[in-house]
Design a protein around this ligand. Structure first.
Ligand code: CP
Ligand code: NVA
Length: 306
């Protein structure tokens, strides 16, 4: 049995296999072919943070696969009142077939997985957002932009940045990360990524100049400056991150036809300008839709591993 807690635990071949399954599932859905590959299965979804895409995609995906999804907010279950993670894990995994968790600490999902009898999927933690990266990479494959990637990540060194680092390190592409001083990526995760990059030939660079990062990039990506849980820092961050907005001027430095990705929700006038966002909205909303297909692919793949 496998869990999906971080891309670090997956080989390049496994990541590409999940993407292939996902592309196939998407093709079938567009032809109205519904394969009930998870019939009678239940996915428990524990949310300790807000979500639009993750909830809708997992719930819809599960129903399209012939299964059922349970939405469990920590305001409603005993986990939020202090029931130990290990007890919650043993109970839920005795009744459900898979569990998806969105929470704060990565250690919470690791603890849950340790006591779970069924696969656990990371639906976002403070450290990583690996399901988003499956959708992002799938989108680049669809747009024929997955060869010789030079990706520029502009903004906050956060869960998205960390997952981009691990993806680059596994698949062997170039990633340049530009953050303001004091908002760099986690040093331990960077060291892990750099170590993995030695094996794959990936190039991972961190810097503070967004223009330097974007120069000649084939993919540009950004994310909110204020992640969930950091709301109190919002005003300070808006001042500190000035100069890190992805706009037309910045995109002009990238390769002609460079793709802009954004995991959403997007805050126009902050990490991305309204105009640049709308110019690239086709690929960004395809990326959002691919959450559905990529997570169906992931669940089908995980189910086959038991
Ligand atoms: N990108 C993403 O995970 O969106 P939600 O927070 O809406 O789930
Ligand atoms: N970095 C963002 C991603 C939202 C999908 C957050 O954690 O809030």
């Amino acid at each position: 049995m496998r869990h999906f807690l971080t891309l670090q635990d997956f080989t390049k071949e496994e990541i590409l296999e999940i993407i292939d399954i996902s592309l196939d599932i998407k093709k079938n859905l567009k032809s109205k072919i519904y394969k009930k590959e998870l019939e009678n299965q239940t996915l428990a979804m524990i949310f300790e943070k807000s979500s639009t895409r993750t909830r809708v995609s997992f719930e819809t995906g599960m129903s399209q696969l012939g299964g059922h999804a349970l939405f469990l907010s920590n305001r409603d279950i005993h986990l939020g009142r202090g029931e130990p993670i290990k007890d919650t894990a043993r109970v839920i995994s005795s009744m459900c077939d898979m569990v998806m968790i969105r929470t704060f600490e990565q250690s919470m999902i690791e603890e849950f997985a340790k006591f779970s009898k069924v696969p656990v999927i990371n639906g976002l933690t403070d450290s990583f957002h690996p399901v988003q990266l499956l959708a992002d990479y799938m989108t680049l494959v669809e747009y024929e932009s997955s060869e010789d990637i030079v990706c520029a990540y502009i903004g906050d060194g956060n869960n998205m940045t960390h997952s981009w680092m691990i993806l680059a390190a596994k698949l062997g592409f170039e990633l340049r990360i530009a953050t303001p001083k004091g908002y760099e990526v986690d040093e331990n995760i960077l060291q892990v990524a750099l170590l993995l990059a030695k094996e794959s030939g990936a190039v991972i660079k961190t810097m503070h100049d967004p223009c330097e990062a974007v120069k000649g990039a084939s993919v540009v990506t950004t994310d909110t400056w204020t992640s969930m849980g950091k709301e109190e820092e919002k005003e300070d961050r808006i001042n500190i991150f000035k100069g890190f907005m992805v706009n037309d001027k910045m995109m002009l430095l990238a390769k002609k036809d460079a793709k802009l990705l954004h995991c959403l929700p997007a805050y126009r006038g902050l990490e991305v300008s309204e105009k640049t966002f709308e110019e690239h909205s086709k690929i960004i909303f395809d990326e959002a839709e691919n959450r559905l297909h990529a997570q169906k692919g992931l669940m089908v793949w995980l189910d086959k591993q038991r």
